[in-house]
Design a protein around this ligand. Structure first.
Ligand code: ZN
Length: 509
């Protein structure tokens, strides 16, 4: 490797150490910190992130980067060297295009907005949050202008979470998905509802739930020598290195599936991080390609695998042994249908895998029109409720169950939501391909054999870490462009059986 790139990499390694140290403080804040530690912790976190930001956006980084660019010019696009410089440039530009005054105004606005949002949600009073949201929308508009865009200001914001993706591309993927989902959900809701009382009424001992999730993570291939699971109110994954990747799960006595699918989801994220190669440690190439690709890994394990029949063929007898009183009398088929119950509901994070994407369309469409000014912040609750009625057939009874439910806007983030559905699309594309390339994949699940799946993901996805955008990665892994069709095919095939929908076919592409 050239000398200039070595300089850049060692400079960046220090910045990355600072960010990982900050991440460890955040992990502790969520998992162990006593409540009164919050003020000191916020100051410590602010100090570390400011130092990391100053170091990263310094002139020195700019100079080292320009020198490294000259050195790797002409090298293969896919090489580690060219990729390192390309990814550093992308992030450097994103961070330096925004004036410091805007960054600090955003951070101040967000901390006030977060407090106001919590109150507004608790009191079901949108008016308390409205002026803060107005400021956040205005700041995001300015942010988009500084970052620059070609067609739509939303492009600039989306690009922070999903590099290389444009609003028009997302629209072209979401529209056919929406057209396919609405008739499917209508057909499902016309059927008698699935009975799942045995999953909500009896109490499920939380210590036994915990044991079950630990078993599940081990079987997925999550390496406990390089990670640990803890309990937290909101499940998340966080890493400080590829050899220290931690997950959390949530335990509720009347919602055993929440812990199981929480661990499967976070386990999917964590396997991706544990699979990031050693050679990329302390560099910008460590980790996952984008938010959408990261979510594809978690959704693949949570939905395609852990909500599937083959998975439960293996695990249901084990779960029954963990909870004999609650499940002994429940036949497999009834349990499997309950796990896959589809029901339009108000809250995104509690939605089933089918209706989930409609929650995302609502947010994506509203964010775009807020940003262009087509929709005023004052009219947001009505617009929100109208879209829930149109897509899901239900109207939220209050704004806490409506436009105040998500934390993202109060953090100042606009442009994040589409990455959830992009993750679902990518997971379906990958899974369809894996099933073709690995014969007997799901037969293996019936014997508790999940290693062939992880081997495929390591080889095709994980080893590339952050080198490529989502589109580049899909080309290299499966030779395809992003496509909504595989997700729709998966839904139509699976739910025709779960809900015995006869004669329902997927509309032609
Ligand atoms: Zn996730």
């Amino acid at each position: 490797m050239g000398e200039k790139l070595e300089h850049l990499k060692s400079h960046m390694a220090t910045t990355i150490d600072l960010m990982h140290a900050a991440a460890l403080l955040s992990w502790d804040q969520e998992v162990y910190m006593p409540p009164q530690g919050v003020e000191a912790r916020s100051q410590q976190l602010a100090t570390l992130s400011t130092l990391a930001h100053q170091m990263f956006t310094s002139d020195e980084t700019g100079e080292l980067l320009a020198e490294a660019e000259a050195e790797v010019a002409g090298m293969d696009y896919d090489s580690d060297e060219a990729s390192n410089v390309r990814v550093t440039r992308r992030e450097y530009d994103q961070h330096t295009k925004l004036p410091t005054s805007l960054v600090s105004e955003m951070s101040l606005t967000a901390s006030q907005a977060f407090a106001a949002w919590r109150q507004a949600r608790e009191k079901q009073d949108y008016a308390l949050f409205e002026p803060h949201l107005q400021k956040i929308v205005d700041l995001n508009r300015r942010k988009a202008d500084y970052l620059g865009y070609e067609a739509h200001p939303y492009d600039a914001l989306l690009g922070l979470f999903e590099p290389g993706m444009t609003t028009a591309q997302v629209e072209a993927l979401f529209e056919p998905l929406k057209q396919g989902l609405i008739p499917l959900i209508q057909a499902i809701t016309a059927q008698p509802q699935v009975d799942d009382h045995f999953l909500t009424e009896p109490e499920y001992d939380v210590e036994r739930q915990w044991e079950f999730t630990m078993l599940l993570l081990r079987k997925m291939g999550y390496d406990f020598r390089r990670g640990r699971q803890d309990k937290a109110p909101h499940p998340f994954t966080i890493n400080f290195a590829n050899r220290d990747v931690r997950v959390t799960t949530r335990l509720h006595p009347h919602r055993p599936l929440s812990a199981i699918f929480g661990s499967a989801h976070e386990g999917g994220h964590a396997l991706y991080e544990q699979g990031s190669p050693d050679k990329f440690e302390r560099s910008v190439l460590a980790g996952g390609a984008s938010m959408g690709v990261h979510e594809s890994q978690s959704r693949l394990w949570e939905n395609q695998v852990s909500r599937g029949k083959a998975f439960w063929s293996y695990y249901y007898p084990i779960l029954q042994a963990f909870f004999p009183e609650q499940l002994e009398g429940v036949p497999f088929w009834e349990f499997y249908r309950a796990v896959n119950k589809v029901e339009p509901s108000f809250i995104r994070v509690e939605a089933d895998e089918v209706t989930y994407n409609l929650h995302i369309f609502v947010r994506f469409e509203l964010e775009k029109s807020l940003l262009t000014g087509e929709l005023s912040v004052a009219d947001l609750p009505d617009a929100w409720n109208a879209k829930y009625q149109a897509y899901l057939g239900i109207t939220p009874p209050n704004d806490a169950l409506g436009c105040l439910q998500d934390v993202h806007w109060s953090h100042g983030d606009i442009g994040y939501f589409p990455t959830y559905t992009l993750g679902n699309l990518i997971s379906a594309q990958l899974y369809a391909q894996i099933k073709q390339e690995v014969p007997g994949l799901e037969d293996g699940y019936r014997n508790g054999e999940f290693a062939p799946l992880l081997t495929w993901l390591r080889e095709k996805i994980h080893r590339h870490a952050r080198k490529f955008t989502a589109a580049e990665l899909l080309q290299r892994a499966i030779g395809q462009e992003l496509d909504a069709r595989p997700l729709l095919e998966y839904f139509y095939q699976k739910y025709a059986e779960v809900y015995q929908l006869e004669g329902l076919t997927l509309p032609a592409a």
